[in-house]
Design a binder for this molecule. Structure first.
Ligand code: C2E
Ligand code: CA
Ligand code: CA
Length: 407
């Protein structure tokens, strides 16, 4: 994916020196379409008159005429759908709250840079942005109808991708998480945020889940034939936990595939309010009695909370990636990450950190004694047939990682 060089980036700062410095750093990272403006108003004018608006704006918060927050308010009114990186001489805490403030608008704030801006920090943020932009450009093209999603389920257009999960201390592979994609005949690969909510809202989520579970069980069997033991985790929606027959249907699928419940983990996140705790508890408890593992997903986010931990019999806790990536350098994230770790320990649950994107993240997990890790640093989600080759590659990389860190 080298088309990132065509991404259009606008830098707004009242200091000419900063414009030059950031412009240079971006060029060095391979971006040739970099524009600069020395104030909020000229920035807005530029965006309005450009034939196609920039996908990313690097914005100085403190400017004499129009400050950054005011600028963003105008930008949001103008239907801007790109991303923003904040730059400021303010301390980190202030920037964090500005970032929070902005997440309530529709604009994506990728993060912030503290002046003096370091090229390495800029590089890190931009790399985080790139895959995001390509996923979004592709997915914002159109919305899908309920009928087309239903057809996709029945025509076997849904494909499972798998993302490995590894033991932090040894690097050993412990399993894979199933992440569904829609291989659309015309539009290419569609990510779950474009169609899973549709399925949830239109009574299709059970059928969608059965299709995914059936495929995961098949792939699990295929890997076993290749000599690989790779337990699978499957994402459920809270909507699946409304129908008392759901558990039986899943047990039936497991039995048909000749697999055992111990190799299945169900990840639950509360994407909406549970309508009936009683029904959800009934279903989850029956899974548990049959030895299916249960995981609380996206832990720490508004939807996945302490009361769920209290109410449901979870074996595993997945700390949301929002508290993992970059936690080594951010006091608040670090505090939340550590608290989650402590909670999992006391409740004797396995803790999995999601969103491990680089060596710094990985090292934090090692130092803090986290059980398992998942994220781009280890592997991106991949089709089932790519898994065996990844396993072979990882065996080599893992040894380096584990020995390096213990030196
Ligand atoms: P999730 O369960 O939290 O899955 C993790 C998401 O983070 C995945 O996005 C994965 O590709 C992405 N990810 C993994 N490692 C990293 C990393 O290091 N950095 C970053 N920035 N992202 C990472 P994906 O595949 O787009 O899935 C989004 C969500 O869709 C999932 O979030 C899950 O809630 C839902 N989903 C996926 N498959 C299913 C499914 O079969 N059923 C249901 N109900 N929901 C599903
Ligand atoms: Ca998950
Ligand atoms: Ca998650």
């Amino acid at each position: 994916m080298d088309d990132h060089k065509d991404f259009r980036i606008l830098v707004i700062d009242d200091e000419a020196f900063m414009l030059k410095l950031i412009g240079k750093a971006l060029h060095r990272l391979g971006y040739s379409q970099v524009f600069t403006c020395s104030g909020g108003q000229s920035g807005l004018d530029f965006i309005k008159s450009a034939p196609s608006p920039p996908q990313l704006v690097l914005l100085d918060l403190n400017m004499p005429q129009m400050d950054g927050i005011e600028f963003i308010r105008h930008l949001a009114d103008g239907n801007f759908t790109g991303s923003i990186i904040l730059i400021s001489g303010e301390d980190e805490r202030t920037l964090q709250s500005v970032e929070k403030l902005l997440t309530s608008s529709r604009i994506t704030v990728l993060g912030y840079l503290v002046k003096p801006v370091k090229p390495a920090a800029l590089k890190l943020l931009i790399e985080r942005w790139r895959p995001f932009v390509s996923a979004r450009q592709q997915s914002s093209i159109k919305t899908y109808s309920v009928e087309s999603v239903s057809r996709a389920i029945h025509n076997a257009e849904l494909v499972n991708y798998y993302q490995p999960k590894v033991q932090v201390a040894s690097g050993e592979i412990v399993g894979v998480e199933t992440l569904v994609r829609w291989q659309h005949p015309a539009d290419g690969l569609i990510y779950p945020d474009r169609f899973v909510p549709l399925a949830e809202n239109n009574n299709l989520i059970d059928e969608l889940s059965y299709a995914i579970i059936r495929q995961a069980l098949g792939d699990l069997g295929g890997w076993q034939l290749a000599g690989l033991s790779l337990p699978v985790s499957i994402n459920l929606s809270m909507e699946n936990l409304k129908n008392l027959d759901f558990a039986d249907a899943v047990f039936e699928l497991i039995a048909q595939a000749g697999q055992s419940a111990e190799d299945i983990t169900l990840e639950v996140t509360e994407s909406r309010l549970v309508q009936s705790i009683k029904v959800a508890l009934d279903i989850l408890t029956r899974f548990k009695l049959k030895r299916v593992n249960l995981s609380i997903d996206d832990f720490g986010t508004g939807h996945s909370s302490l009361s769920q931990l209290r109410d449901f019999p979870f074996d595993e806790l997945k700390v949301d990636r929002g508290f993992v990536h970059g936690a080594w350098a951010n006091k608040k994230l670090h505090a939340i990450y550590s608290a989650s770790l402590g909670l999992a320990r006391q409740l004797e649950m396995t803790i999995v950190a999601e969103g491990v994107e680089d060596l710094d993240d990985w090292n934090l997990l090692r130092q803090s004694g986290c059980d398992q890790a998942q994220g781009y640093f280890i592997a991106r989600p991949m089709p089932a047939q790519d898994v065996p080759a990844w396993v072979a590659d990882w065996e080599i990389r893992r040894r380096e990682l584990v020995t390096q860190a213990s030196e």
